[in-house]
Ligand binder design. Structure first.
Ligand code: 5GP
Length: 187
């Protein structure tokens, strides 16, 4: 608790409480359960930011499903994307002929998901959809359809519920707007 009080001091405000997150994730799980009835989708978690969302989402989907994990890097210790996406960890198994859902924390420029989408389609997925916890449509650079998103958010840098700044704040149970004084002076 002491630790969390310190983390909360770095926020300007809380954007979504844990209750709001749980409600939205549970509604999304029910929707995916309906949309994929009779199927056995593969859910691909994009590490590390989507990990908390992913763990909650899969437990709200009442279907046989398989899990995969991928990691890409584009940000480093910064609040701005470098614009260059690198694959850091690949899938363990083939997705040929499978119904795939990419689970991502947040869509900003869209470059990360554009890269991932192309990569997974080229491996022969039967279908591919994107589920994102948050979407910042105003920031989009690459054209991208987000099939499922829990929240559309304004252009602010958010942390918590898996999202980090410089690897910190992922363990906050709520999503908050990080105070710009924390990253002031960043290049
Ligand atoms: P994109 O390629 O769409 O510009 O960036 C997507 C990635 O950037 C996300 O997966 C996330 O890791 C990071 N990102 C974008 N906006 C935010 C934000 O507001 N907070 C945090 N912590 N990460 C963000």
């Amino acid at each position: 608790m002491e630790n969390q009080r310190t983390l909360y001091n770095d926020l300007d405000s809380i954007l979504y409480t844990r209750e709001q997150l749980q409600e939205a994730v549970s509604a999304l799980g029910a929707r995916i359960t309906r949309d994929y009835a009779g199927k056995k989708p593969v859910l691909v978690c994009i590490l590390k930011g989507a990990s908390v969302f992913f763990c909650d989402l899969i437990r709200q989907i009442d279907l046989p499903l398989e899990l995969e994990f991928m990691a890409v890097s584009s940000y480093g210790a910064s609040t701005k994307s470098s614009g260059e996406v690198k694959l850091v960890k690949d899938l363990d198994r083939s997705i040929l002929g499978r119904d795939v859902i990419i689970v991502e924390d947040i869509v900003d420029s869209g470059m990360t998901l554009n890269f991932l989408k192309k990569s997974l389609i080229s491996r022969g997925a039967a279908s591919l959809r994107i589920a994102a916890l948050m979407d910042k449509p105003a920031r989009r650079v690459a054209p991208l359809t987000v099939d499922y998103s829990c929240f559309e958010i304004p252009d602010a840098f958010v942390v918590g519920y898996g999202l980090d700044y410089n690897e910190l704040y992922r363990n906050l149970p709520d999503v908050g707007i990080l105070s710009p004084r924390i990253y002031a002076g960043e290049e």
